[in-house]
Design a protein around this ligand. Structure first.
Ligand SMILES: *Cc1c(COP(=O)(O)O)cnc(C)c1O
Length: 373
């Protein structure tokens, strides 16, 4: 059994993707071809925001907004400690300080009460200037964006939504990647909407910010290619990847439906024996991962071993909270309590989840999990 099956999906779009590739090759429009512009328009419309620009990765989709806001030295940026490394890495890349915040064990998303505690602690200390919050839509579930917005307004902070795993998720019909002042997503192949390599996109309704980010994406260029007015990066999305994404976007909603059916199937089969993921009223997850919590570390080992013996792959997202990563050993992590994340890393594991999972495979995973208890 595969953890994520990309081959079945390719079978569905193969002819159309090849036709698009052939066209791009023949016209040699490898960089900033018309497919890139078309994709940006379609993504903005899908999410329901004014602007989208694509870029070279989810990491750059987070980095470019921080550069555009001029966030840097002596600035504090609040980020969950239980997430993929890139969510915090880019804060340090621009010279700012990541302030790590705990998550809630029910949702794996940022704990807004602890966030406020940490903001106050940083203010009281008076060394760093609180500037931004990076809420992550972990495993596909949107964070508590309404409450995060209230906190952001109260303390005058920018919200940069990390929707790398969240694309397609919703809160009362409002789509992920539309919740931040600016939002980022990733098209890494394993994400809900993936391309065939690296890619990402940034979303906003802010005209001024959009102009800045477009400039930063291409070496801080001014009105023409050889005028450079600020520091930037080489952060464009390849035309070939845009072509893949145009085809994948066409089948994305039906894939989302399938993912939610599989999650329902898992929930029903597992809820009596395991702590299953909690999706609150009004929320919809895009199920980038389906993650369970074992009773303890030893039980997790036992379960994962047993599934392996049944040829069922599992993964641990994530084994180390970011405040314990070596690279952040000089960053203070005592502004608020981080105990839930420290506990989760010992207990979480993710099971196969993709839109083309057969019912018998879902049933086999459930059966093997029940046996392992
Ligand atoms: C994957 C991911 C990123 C980075 O995206 P890349 O395209 O791999 O650079 C950032 N944040 C989160 C939460 C992710 O899962």
């Amino acid at each position: 059994m595969q953890f994520i099956d990309l081959k079945t999906q390719y079978g569905l779009i193969e002819n159309r993707v090849k036709k698009r590739f052939d066209d791009i090759m023949k016209n040699a429009r490898f960089v900033m071809g018309k497919e890139v512009v078309e994709l940006e328009e379609m993504l903005a419309e899908y999410v329901g925001v004014k602007y989208c620009i694509t870029c070279s990765s989810g990491t750059d989709a987070l980095l470019i907004p921080l550069m555009a806001y001029g966030i840097g030295k002596n600035d504090a940026v609040f980020v969950p400690t239980f997430t993929f490394y890139a969510s915090a890495e880019i804060i340090a890349t621009v010279g700012a300080t990541p302030i790590f915040i705990d998550v809630k064990k029910e949702t794996f998303n940022i704990d807004v009460d602890k966030l406020e505690t940490a903001i106050k602690a940083v203010q009281d200390e008076g060394k760093l200037q609180p500037k931004a919050i990076i809420p992550v839509d972990l495993f596909g579930l949107p964070a508590e964006h309404d409450r995060i917005r209230e906190i952001a307004q109260k303390y005058n902070l920018i919200v940069l939504e990390d929707g790398a795993q969240g694309f397609g998720g919703t809160i009362n019909g409002r789509k992920s990647c539309g919740f931040g002042d600016v939002s980022a997503t990733s098209f890494f192949p394993a994400k809900p909407l993936g391309c065939y390599g690296d890619g990402g996109a940034i979303f906003t309704n802010d005209d001024t910010l959009m102009d800045l980010m477009k400039s930063i994406r291409i070496h801080g260029q001014g009105i023409d290619r050889y005028e450079n007015v600020r520091l930037g990066i080489n952060g464009r999305l390849d035309t070939l990847q845009a072509a893949v994404l145009l085809e994948k976007l066409g089948i994305f909603d039906s894939e989302l439906e399938n993912r939610n059916k599989i999650a329902e199937f898992y929930n029903r089969g597992l809820k009596d024996d395991f702590t299953t993921p909690n999706v609150e009223e009004g929320y919809m997850s895009s199920w980038a991962q389906y993650t369970l919590i074992a009773d303890d570390n030893a039980q997790r080992d036992k379960i994962m071993q047993h599934l392996k013996s049944r040829d069922i792959p599992t993964m641990i997202y994530y084994p180390i909270p970011l405040h314990r990563q070596k690279v952040f050993s000089n960053v203070r992590s005592d502004y608020s309590d981080l105990s839930i994340s420290e506990n989760l890393v010992e207990r979480v594991f993710s099971i196969p989840m993709h839109p083309y999972m057969k019912e018998e495979d879902v049933a086999a995973v459930i059966a093997a999990l029940k046996e392992s208890r």
